[in-house]
Design a protein around this ligand. Structure first.
Ligand SMILES: Cc1ncc(COP(=O)(O)O)c(C=O)c1O
Length: 394
């Protein structure tokens, strides 16, 4: 067989999909597995959003659209982002994408030359590291610390800058930590980026899943960020639309044009009728969305209480997202080994923190996008397992 391009060895895989495959295999063998590995809402897409897609199909809206998306949706996104960030975004700054993930890929493709460095606060969503390396860039991790509630330190980001640094990638609210970046830390990041003339890629896909009555802080609302930040978000998490593959990028117009060019050369355009569903999502009622967030918050409270009762486990309260990120260092085993044992022996599928980079050692990630009953059962199984295997840990 002829060889592959060298860059293929740089592309990683997502741990969640590997654990899911193993969990399914165990289920085929007759074992009952509790799924806490996948970051996918366990709710259905609200009916009015589905109706908009059905109507578009019935009306024959099935052809290609402009590469950057239909103007009506770009306008709706510009309006939404302007309102939620307190800034003035125009539709020509918006590119509709096929899921948010491709926005990360396109932005890194557009910015990073081989050998240039990308600063990533970690543990982080695996695609930032994987794609940076794929395009020939070099990852410079900055460790997110539990004692800072997983908000990055501006000082440490400044220290990571060299004359090869090109981009800082941030993610708030954050997968896997469930933390949100503090405003003063976002301000420090903008200062560093301005001083060293860097791009910022800001992944804000969890912007609506925030608890305790708090509001999302976006880097776009910090003066000076707008001219160097690419913000990406989407519909997968907020509107329970993972399978629809709809996201967007908001960037300075010159950057939006480059990302559109990548899109033109890859997917041509986002899916036509799905874009109509996006308009319905942004403009429609929000009561179902709010109910989902309330449910996630109740599950967060349940997990916070129960996890802290398990010997050797401790956790600060996740401020957002649907991820719990308990510290398991007291147990004295590697996260990966512990996650494997919990799957094979206790029937709970979850992820080691190291699936999100080396700084995730000593942590596990549990998704609470599953029912309270399942979560309670997962907690009971984990507790029984730990009490048996680690009798000396209190
Ligand atoms: C931080 C983060 N960014 C992006 C994505 C991808 O979102 P999408 O389904 O819209 O591609 C995910 C999905 O898990 C995520 O956790």
């Amino acid at each position: 067989m002829p060889g592959f391009a060298d860059r293929m060895s740089k592309l990683g895989v997502e741990g969640a999909f590997i654990v899911l495959a193993r969990a399914k295999e165990l289920e085929r063998q007759g074992k009952k597995i509790i799924h806490c590995e996948i970051g996918q809402p366990d709710f259905d897409t609200p009916a009015h959003i589905k109706e908009a897609a059905k109507k578009a199909l019935d009306e024959g809206f099935t052809g290609y659209t402009p590469s950057a998306g239909i103007m009506e949706l770009r306008e709706a996104i510009a309006e939404y982002v302007s309102k939620t960030r307190g800034i003035d975004v125009t539709p020509d700054q918006v590119v509709v994408t096929v899921g948010a993930k491709i926005g990360i890929f396109s932005a890194l493709m557009a910015f990073v030359n081989p050998g240039e460095e990308v600063i990533i606060p970690m543990p982080a969503y695996p695609s930032y590291e994987s794609v940076t390396e794929f395009v020939g860039g070099v990852v410079k991790p900055v460790v997110l610390k539990e004692e800072r509630e997983f908000s990055p330190s501006g000082e440490e980001i400044a220290k990571a800058v060299t004359d090869r640094t090109k981009v800082i990638v941030i993610n708030t609210p954050s997968n896997p930590t469930g933390g949100v970046y503090k405003r003063k830390d976002l301000e420090a990041i903008v200062e560093v980026a301005k001083e060293h003339d860097l791009w910022i890629i800001s992944d804000e896909i969890y912007e609506d899943i925030i608890f305790d009555g708090k509001k999302h802080e976006s880097i776009l609302s910090i003066p000076g960020a707008e001219e160097r930040a690419v913000m990406l978000s989407g519909f997968s998490k907020t509107y329970a639309m993972t399978g629809w593959r709809l996201g967007y990028v908001v960037a300075p117009k010159e950057v939006a044009d480059k990302i559109t060019k990548i899109q033109l050369n890859t997917v041509s355009c986002p899916v036509s009728f799905v874009q109509k569903a996006g308009i319905a999502a942004l403009k429609g009622p929000r009561d179902e969305i709010e109910a989902m967030v309330r449910e996630y918050e109740e599950r967060r409270d349940l997990l916070y209480r129960e996890i802290n009762r398990i010997p050797g486990f401790s956790m600060i309260k996740p401020a957002a997202t649907f991820y719990a990120f308990p510290n398991v260092k007291e147990l004295g085993v590697k996260s990966k080994e512990l996650a494997n044992m919990l799957l094979e022996e206790a029937g709970v599928a979850l992820l080691p923190g190291t699936d999100f980079g080396a700084p995730g050692e000593g942590y596990l990630r549990l998704s609470f996008a599953t029912s309270k009953e399942n979560l309670m059962e997962a907690m009971e199984r984990i507790r029984a397992f730990v009490e048996e295997k680690f009798p000396n840990v209190s």
